[in-house]
Ligand binder design. Structure first.
Ligand code: F6R
Length: 260
């Protein structure tokens, strides 16, 4: 696991966007895994800027989103369908038919989840998965206690997640209790993982994920078992890392590091 700490949210977002751009420049038809929430907004803004100003091309890209609330229609302003369209997809040149987001309104969740998993496979698997982290250490909506081999499924949100996400809704009671989410096992099959975290309220979860034991109680800790995962942090999210000096030391010596 590589840990890259930047001073600000903007620098963190730009560094993560460079990683995505690097992939698209070598593999224009890459399959990207997308996350929602406040964390990746800066990354999406930077990708949109690279598209507009530097011609970063999404015409052959396919995307799969991590999760969606159950019960919200795609045009609901708090749905992840709406979020992705407003904050990213409508600003780039990705074909509509290449966009996959879990349905929060299917009549058969089990069948939908199996279809979603199969579709990922048919598209060749996810090349790069973007991830945020919950204050309880979740990735996607894999709440504490999730199996580290879990697949796409229906999941009950934890009280802490509902409280955290209440800021996007008029009142906490409006936050859906159920979500459909890729599993930890699904996420670990992506060829590359980028996890982003910013702000002091992510410091505990980040330290637990990066330096704590691998446990289903902090599902982001499963990234430790992935061969190619990078964690991009801003200064405050890195606040509780014990090995902070080492991560900074690596960064300082990166320009002279042997080329792989
Ligand atoms: C969203 C997702 C969640 C968020 C996490 C952090 O698609 O999968 O795991 O990444 O809840 O949310 P923010 O970024 O709003 O703090």
């Amino acid at each position: 696991m590589e840990v890259i700490i930047k001073k600000t949210y903007e620098e963190m977002s730009k560094a993560a966007a460079q990683e995505v751009a690097r992939l698209l420049n070598t593999k224009p038809n890459a399959v990207l895994g997308m996350a929602t929430g406040s964390t990746p907004l800066g990354l999406y803004q930077e990708l949109v800027r690279l598209h507009r100003n530097e011609g970063l091309d999404f015409s052959q890209v396919t995307t799969f989103n991590l999760d969606e609330y159950v019960g919200l229609l795609p045009d609901h302003p708090q749905s992840y369908h709406y979020f992705m369209h407003e904050n990213f997809f409508k600003h780039i040149n990705i074909p509509k038919q290449n966009i996959y987001i879990p349905s929060g309104n299917t009549s058969n969740y089990q069948a939908f989840c199996s279809w979603y998993e199969a579709r990922i496979e048919e598209c060749g698997g996810i090349d790069l998965q973007i991830l945020g982290i919950g204050s309880d250490g979740h990735v996607a909506f894999n709440e504490p206690g999730s199996s580290l081999t879990s697949r796409t499924r229906l999941k009950t949100l934890a009280k802490q997640t509902i409280d955290d996400n209440a800021r996007f809704f008029d009142k906490a009671e409006d936050v859906p209790i159920y979500a459909i989410t890729m599993g930890v096992g699904t996420i670990l099959e992506a060829r590359q993982l980028l996890l982003l975290a910013n702000g002091e309220n992510k410091a505990w979860a980040t330290a637990a994920a990066v330096e704590g034991p691998v446990t289903g109680m902090v599902t982001a800790s499963a990234l430790q078992m992935h061969p190619l995962s990078t964690v991009f942090l801003d200064d405050s999210a890195a606040g509780q890392l014990k090995m902070r000096e080492y991560y900074d030391w690596i960064e300082e010596h990166r320009p002279g590091a042997p080329q792989l």
